[in-house]
Write a protein that binds this ligand. Structure first.
Ligand SMILES: *Cc1c(COP(=O)(O)O)cnc(C)c1O
Length: 431
């Protein structure tokens, strides 16, 4: 559940009417709810409490510093996939011992910086990376704590672009070779193989993959220990799905039921890397209707948020609920069931101003009749929304606002036209 609710036909972010925020900060606008963020972190902390897990919020899903700072304050650790994300986590107040570092292409500079920051784990994704990390660790003379990231080779479980544990993707070490790779670094002076890592993909709406992954992990941890690696950490990654369409997601307890028994049997410390589960439903994107038109027998609603603001529909064919911020006369709250006929609506394509046919937020979507100037809310936009935003078409990126009860504060100002060209002007200053 989130704290974006209609009261008397007016969408509120916690205690604040959303249209007030749109007037104050402009559109397109990302609005986050602090209470929703905290609630979802708490849900995971409670579901896995008996394992005393290290929850590492996935910075990749939404790296805004205000949110990251809030997560740090709530006791969360951080999962980072680049030096940039590590920089954000540290700025947010995270100690190195609460940071885990994944990614198939960590550079020498990134590895060295992470060693100096004292990260809790390097999630290592290839044999070459493992040996390279060993070399860097020797150079700076700081031993590297390592979790081998294994690709557990599970059946497809989500969109092909975000399924990270099927055969043939770039992530992790093949399950057939991970033990050989591990054998090659037994006794290494600067590599401490203390963990096993897997991140199965995202979003995942079933607990089955976690059961299958954890079972394979349990076997591998046993083998790694036999060869002399003192494995004390099982990192099961992130990927827990959320409500995009209706109430389709599982509670954290469903995942805990599959993961906890394995953790208990192994006597391992559990690490989790949830991003979407924590921040996905804690954010909405608010836009304003610019024009309506009919073309080729279809109705289009052109509004001021585009694929550069939220690329998920274009990239993954993702479904985001969209509904007017202020309900028109006679319109009901957003539908629970998009499969059914929705009275008082018409089917429209919701598109943005970017010059691509692929620039859309929804296709053939049932919406109440809209007028120019109406505000729309795109729900469940907190994860992989602003994090994937770009300046394509030279569009300044949207502003972000963090709401806490009846207080709203700007968490990132809207980019200006000057922001767009500053790096070029700086580069050309002495031409
Ligand atoms: C993206 C990613 C996550 C977070 O995935 P969510 O679906 O947002 O929970 C966790 N771990 C790794 C290694 C990732 O790449």
């Amino acid at each position: 559940m989130d704290f974006f609710q209609y009261k008397n036909g007016v969408l509120h972010a916690e205690a604040i009417p959303v249209h007030i925020l749109a007037e104050r900060f402009g559109t397109p606008l990302y609005i986050y709810s602090r209470a929703t963020l905290a609630r979802h972190l708490t849900q995971i902390q409670e579901a896995f409490a008996e394992a005393e897990p290290l929850i590492c919020y996935s910075v990749k899903s939404n790296g805004n510093l205000a949110l990251a700072r809030e997560m740090a304050r709530l006791g969360s650790g951080f999962d980072v996939t680049s030096g940039g994300e590590m920089y954000r986590a540290i700025l947010a107040g995270a100690p190195g011992r609460k940071i885990v570092f994944a990614g198939v292409g960590k550079s020498k500079a990134e590895l060295a910086r992470a060693l100096q920051a004292g990260v809790f784990l390097f999630n290592v994704e290839s044999e070459e990376e493992l040996h390279f990390l060993g070399g860097v660790a020797r150079e700076v003379d700081i031993p590297a704590p390592v979790a081998l990231r294994v690709n557990p080779d599970l059946p497809p479980k989500t969109h092909a672009k975000t399924d990270t544990s099927v055969k043939g993707v770039k992530f992790g070490l093949d399950i057939e070779t991970v033990l050989d790779v591990a054998r090659g670094v037994v006794g290494h002076s600067h590599l401490r193989v203390i963990g096993l890592h897997m991140h199965l993909g995202s979003p995942i709406l079933s607990a089955d993959p976690y059961r299958m992954g954890a079972a394979k992990g349990e076997h591998l941890v046993g083998e790694l220990r036999k060869m002399g690696h003192p494995i004390t950490v099982l990192n099961m990654g992130g990927g827990f799905g959320i409500h995009y369409r209706k109430q389709e997601a599982l509670p954290a307890s469903a995942f805990a039921a599959e993961i906890l028994p394995v953790v208990k049997r192994l006597g391992c410390k559990l690490v989790l890397e949830p991003g979407r589960f924590i921040v996905g439903n804690a954010g909405i994107l608010v836009s304003k209707v610019l024009y309506r038109k009919e073309s080729g027998g279809k109705k289009f609603v052109i509004q001021d948020a585009a694929m550069n603001d939220l690329i998920r529909p274009t990239l993954y064919d993702s479904f985001h609920r969209i509904w007017p911020v202020n309900l028109p006369k006679g319109a009901s709250a957003p539908p629970e069931d998009y499969e059914a006929e929705i009275p008082g609506t018409e089917k429209v394509d919701v598109v943005g101003p970017v010059c691509e046919s692929g620039d859309f937020l929804a296709k053939q979507r049932a919406l109440p009749p809209l007028a120019q100037g109406d505000l729309l809310a795109v729900f469940s936009a907190g994860a992989y929304g602003m994090a994937m935003a770009s300046n394509y078409n030279s569009r300044p990126r949207a502003a972000e606002v963090l709401v806490d009860g009846d207080t709203a504060r700007l968490a990132r100002r809207r980019e200006t036209l000057e922001d767009l060209v500053r790096p070029e002007l700086e580069a050309m200053a002495d031409w």
